[in-house]
Design a protein around this ligand. Structure first.
Ligand SMILES: [Zn+2]
Length: 188
């Protein structure tokens, strides 16, 4: 659980609202540091080194990453994989002023899937990322929209029975292995 302020995107690292998960102290200091963590397996393994705000408790000395740092680590993984980051996926949908349900209706991406991508719970695979890339062009979304409409008018709703939903389980989840002192709070 994370009680920290949700709106902490604008660089100014406000320490207020931060609570030490170890001792409950609110005296938290932030330092911007390079945080190195391994990603991938075997030959593909790399060390990613984003700069993140490291929170350190002034009372007990416990250091941790909060959701801001986790988000930056997640973005670093997306950048490494060459896929859209969660905020880019969200921005794409927002560009069309569509809700997740509306966007899912047109694209046939499940709203739950979309939500997981936008929250950074899972990373879309390359094929889905290519799909998202094409959806950045309004003419493609428009074409798809009219295609979906005409299909449903003919009573042949595009079924979601394509078994590739399973691909989602192949999506690599970001699990940076930090030193024991680092906290990776669960999303949601
Ligand atoms: Zn503490």
């Amino acid at each position: 659980m994370n009680r920290n302020s949700k709106k902490e995107t604008n660089g100014s690292s406000k320490e207020e609202n931060l609570i030490c998960p170890e001792c409950g102290s609110v005296c938290i200091e932030t330092s911007e540091e390079e945080y190195s963590f391994p990603y991938g397996i075997g030959e593909d393994s790399v060390n990613l080194k984003p700069r993140v705000p490291i929170r350190t408790c002034s009372d007990c000395g416990f250091s941790f990453l909060d959701h801001v740092g986790e988000g930056i680590c997640h973005d670093a993984v997306c950048k490494h994989l060459g896929v859209m980051s969660p905020s880019q996926v969200k921005d794409l949908r927002k560009m069309y002023r569509l809700t997740q349900v509306e966007f899912a209706e047109i694209t046939k991406l499940g709203p739950a899937t979309l939500s997981r991508w936008e929250r950074g719970i899972v990373i879309q695979n390359q094929a889905y990322d290519n799909y998202l890339y094409l959806l950045q062009f309004p003419e493609n979304l428009n074409k798809l929209h009219s295609h979906v409409k005409s299909s449903s008018e003919e009573g042949e709703l595009v079924e979601t029975g394509i078994p590739c939903r399973q691909e989602e389980t192949l999506v690599r989840r970001i699990i940076p292995v930090g030193s024991p002192g680092f906290l990776f709070a669960n999303a949601s």
